[in-house]
Design a protein around this ligand. Structure first.
Ligand code: FPP
Length: 254
């Protein structure tokens, strides 16, 4: 995959919490499931926007490990929506060069859904225009715990020395390890929290929040997020001068 750097102003990897579907429906006195259905339309808008801007990776938080605890009718409606979306959208995503991936504990889904997840991944594996990672039954703590478990197994089997466990070793075992970490995190719906999404991967991600409810998402809102991102100085723990040295007489053009 070509690698335009995030310093070009466009985030390479955008991670999104799509929040506000329930409130969108409540404002219309409709069931929450209607909000999720409207949310699925906003997913397409977000994918289109990212493709047009040259984003490499888009990760969407579709269903958290905690969302299984929601009322059974809402979970059922979401599962139906996922199944329909997989049937309806994957062919078109493939045609557009999108590689579809799923992260999270897929064993908790109905086999009809996991079969479609596997088929979508197999069909689109060779695509490189945009990686669309869908976090489903995903939790950041669960992700870190499973990476820790993988390391423990390697130590127990004598394939890894405990002293070799460092940040890089951990980073290779969390979800999306082969992709750049998210540059920009967007959360709609007005809440100012990360909600157990990509906890390891978000360490130096720029965070952006909006009151806009997910089903109301439009290109102008996404553009605001991208413009804000382009104006930020990312320091990764260094000083401002280290990442963008103040011009001196020596470095100034005559
Ligand atoms: C959070 O809003 C949203 C979800 C738990 C589901 C997200 C799902 C979609 C956007 C639908 C389709 C997705 C794909 C990938 C096909 P909420 O229900 O917590 O809203 P609230 O905070 O207003 O109650």
């Amino acid at each position: 995959m070509s690698a335009p750097s995030a310093t070009s102003g466009v985030p390479r990897h955008v991670a999104v919490i799509m929040d506000g579907n329930g409130r969108w429906a409540a404002r219309r006195r409709r069931p929450r499931a209607i909000g999720h259905r409207a949310g699925a339309r906003a997913v397409n808008l977000c994918i289109d926007f990212c493709i047009e801007r040259g984003v490499q990776v888009l990760t969407l938080f579709a269903f958290s490990s905690e969302n299984w605890g929601r009322p059974a009718d809402e979970v059922g409606a979401l599962m139906k929506l996922f199944l329909n979306a997989l049937d309806r959208e994957v062919g078109e995503l493939h045609r557009r060069g999108v590689q579809v991936r799923f992260i999270g504990d897929r064993d908790r889904f109905d086999p009809a859904i996991t079969a479609r997840m596997r088929a979508a991944e197999a069909l689109t594996a060779g695509n490189g225009r945009l990686v669309l990672a869908i976090a489903a039954s995903y939790g950041g703590r669960q992700d870190i715990a499973s990476a820790a478990r993988a390391l423990a197994v390697e130590v127990a089997e004598g394939r890894l020395r405990p002293e070799a466990i460092d940040e890089a070793a951990m980073a290779r075992r969390v979800a999306l390890a082969d992709l750049p970490a998210p540059d920009l995190f967007i959360r709609t719906g007005g809440d100012l929290r990360v909600s157990n999404f990509l906890l390891w991967q978000l360490a130096y991600t720029e965070l952006w929040f909006t009151e806009v409810l997910w089903p109301d998402l439009d290109a102008a809102t996404l553009q605001q997020a991208f413009d804000d991102f382009a104006g930020r100085q990312r320091r990764f723990g260094l000083t401002g001068d280290q990442v963008a040295p103040t011009p001196t007489a020596d470095t100034m053009a005559p």
